[in-house]
Write a protein that binds this ligand. Sequence first.
Ligand code: ZN
Length: 461
Amino acid sequence: MDRGEITLDSLKSTDDEDRVINAEIIHGLLAGTYGNDLHPHGIRIRYARIAGSLNNVGEPHPSFEFNSRTFPVGIKFEHCWLDHPMLAHDARVPWLHLDNCVIPYFHADRVRVDGSLYLRGLKAGGGTDLGAVRLLGAHIGRNLELDRAVLHNKQGPSLHAEGIQVDRALRFRAASLESTCDTGAVQLVNAHVRGDFWLDGTHIHNEKGPALNAEGLEVGGSLLLCSGFVATARSKELATVHLMCVRVGSRLDFGEGRDATGHLWDTPRGEERELLPKKAAVIKNDEENEYKNHLTVDLGCASTDDLRLPAETVCTHKRPRWHIRKKCSNNKIIVVGLKYAMLSRESAHRHWSHWLRDHADRFEAQPYQHLAKTLRDNGHTTEARRLLIRLENARRKHGKAHWWSSWSSWPWHLAKRAFIGHGYRPGRALIGLLVVLATATFVMWQAQSAGSIQKPGLLHL
Ligand SMILES: [Zn+2]
């Protein structure tokens, strides 16, 4: 069979001896059964069906098992059909590639990969509640790449990599992930990525919980959810994109992305734009919580240098401002404790007063105060003052004072708002004084003209 005619579907059913490799041979190669003179560049298997299933002592087993094994060389599977799942818990590997392969599932908790782990174009759809790809506590010495991976799991998460450490970049671009899991389709809780983490163009859907659950994630570089990133979920408790307490060293970006983001795996030049369109992130949650709200993004207590959250990612409403209050969606974001240092052109900070009023999960003063401080630090002092006045209005609206106390203090609130802008516009007081002075002068002048003012008589003794 010519290599150009070989498809993964044809490999699935092939009995061609040239294309079928028994798992026992791979086990034998790695165990030194056929000698120890393996090529230092490792083992490379392409366009093959990996049949049979063995455990790590060579006994029949329902999976292709390398648990606790130290690989003498790296191994690369490319365009292969693996009949059985692969297990590599506690294994140590120089590098491992499963590019464009089909496998029921790949589980490798605590695996130590000295180089890169490539799962580019991997198709895994095994029905297991432990995940289609599971890498709990794994340590990857260089890159972890899942570009264009298709991980669909109807019984659990698509990717479960809680506590993973990646010493360079984590690339997860133009991938498709679907799952039914109440703790998240992609779970990266307490993960640590020293370089950039790319999710550009990736589509994540969860029928039963959040799409991305990355609470406590640390990213040394940028966290990029750009270029057509789409996350949809049915999640009552957690937001669709749950990034609570994440720490991002550089940029946290939900925007359109940049023109040049590096070559995308197995994609001809010129076709990358279709998979990585210049579109801001779309994040939806079809499930209501107990307050009839749809939680979409949770950035509570998160921190980053540069936050780019486009207007359309939070609120897709396009109508004029005076219609917003009635027509806006129930999408809610959590931004309490969120800290960022700068406001770039793409930060859409002008929309924040609307978001904090209509899209914040609950009223807190901190998001207003932090935005006002950042605005001041970036030279937008007028906007900062305006925002702090809105904070005082919101504070009164959401205050829990007794109704009588609330109503009785209303005139005082209005007066402070009108005459001194709650203390942030003291110049208004001067204008008020001038108005009073001008009014008094006018009244006096009118009275004098009408002869209503009588001079006091002299008293002669
Ligand atoms: Zn809105």
